[in-house]
Each structure stands twice: as C-alpha cells, then as structure tokens.
Design a protein around this ligand. Structure first.
Ligand SMILES: [Mg+2]
Length: 187
C-alpha cells in the first residue's frame, strides 16, 4: 500500500498559503485502506503558527469561505483554538508518521487535486516549518489530471464538502472507481 490521497483546506490558492487542515486516506485498486473514518489522517493547523512561519492569508480566500457551509466553516474557528488545533510543525510531523505507514520517502505516492495545489502547498509549508517532507517529490501524483481523463466516471461526494478528510476520502473513492471502470492499475 503506497498511495495516499491528500486534501488541504487553506487560506490561499498560491503555494505559500496558510493551511487550515490536512486530510488524507490511503488506498489501492480495491478501495480505501480500512474503509472507515478511523484509518485516515486529519489535522487542523493552529493558524498563528502558519502566520509565524510566513505562510500567507489571502483576503479573497477568506471571502470565499464566507459562502461555504457552516459545517465546512467550523475549521476556521477551530484553527484559531490552540486546544482544537496543532502547531504547523507538529501537524506536518504527524502527517509524516502517517505517510511512513505507506512507504514514506521511498515509496509513498501522494495524490492531490491537483499536485500543483495540495502537494506544492504542502511542500511550501514543510519548508516554512523547517520539517523534512515524508514523501519524495517524484512520487507526487495529480488526481485533477487523472479525473479529467475519465470525465464519464462520476464522483459521488460523501460527508462535508470542503472538509479535508471527507474530500480526500471522496476523491480517493472516485479514483478507485475510475481505475475499475477503465481497467487500470496503480503499478
Ligand atoms: Mg477540500
């Protein structure tokens, strides 16, 4: 098992953005690893620690959040609560521990929507927090490109749209559905 779908909720769209939350699930051609909510990764990041690391907060993205559902928006207040969130470096270290279960720096393939957003934004955050990423850049994979090569295979969204864990889970399930529909393997 070495494929991990990651989703970030953020306060910007250009890598270098502050991260509100990190969600991830591991999967293979058959489905999600231990398909229940306990097996994935979820962390809310304490917002002041992003700002201290010079990650940016974009006013337009803050405005964009105003139109999102109340459930999705909970992460905005949680990220300001030191008891409901983790310092940036700690959240990233914990994500590394999660990745290490699925191949880590040698093997773990990390999928983002797209890799120029989630993967690059994560890599910037690791750099800002001076934590070594738990995967290698050559193992970046782009779910956005992949899903656009199979537009006939519909995504079924589960949970709260714009919750990082629910999004990662829905995206991974969609990817698996595409693999099955097209007779593809992850290799
Ligand atoms: Mg999302």
């Amino acid at each position: 098992m070495r494929d991990v779908m990651v989703d970030l909720e953020t306060l910007g769209t250009v890598p270098g953005f502050a991260i509100l939350s990190i969600g991830a699930v591991a999967f293979d051609e058959d489905g999600l690893y231990g398909d229940d909510n306990g097996e994935g990764f979820y962390a809310v990041v304490h917002r002041p620690t992003c700002v201290e690391a010079f990650l940016t907060v974009c006013p337009e993205t803050l405005k964009w959040w105003e139109k999102k559902s109340e459930d999705a928006r909970q992460v905005l207040t949680q990220s300001l609560d030191p008891h409901g969130s983790l310092p940036l470096a700690e959240a990233l270290e914990r994500f590394n521990v999660f990745l290490s279960k699925f191949g880590g720096r040698q093997m773990a393939r990390v999928w983002g929507n797209g890799s120029d957003f989630d993967n690059a934004g994560l890599a910037c955050a690791y750099d800002a927090a001076k934590v070594r990423p738990g995967w290698s850049f050559w193992n970046n994979r782009c779910y956005r490109t992949f899903k656009n090569l199979a537009r006939d295979v519909e995504m079924e969204r589960e949970g709260t749209y714009h919750n990082a864990f629910d999004d990662a889970r829905s995206q991974a399930l969609h990817l698996v559905k595409i693999l099955k529909a097209k007779g593809l393997t992850l290799g």
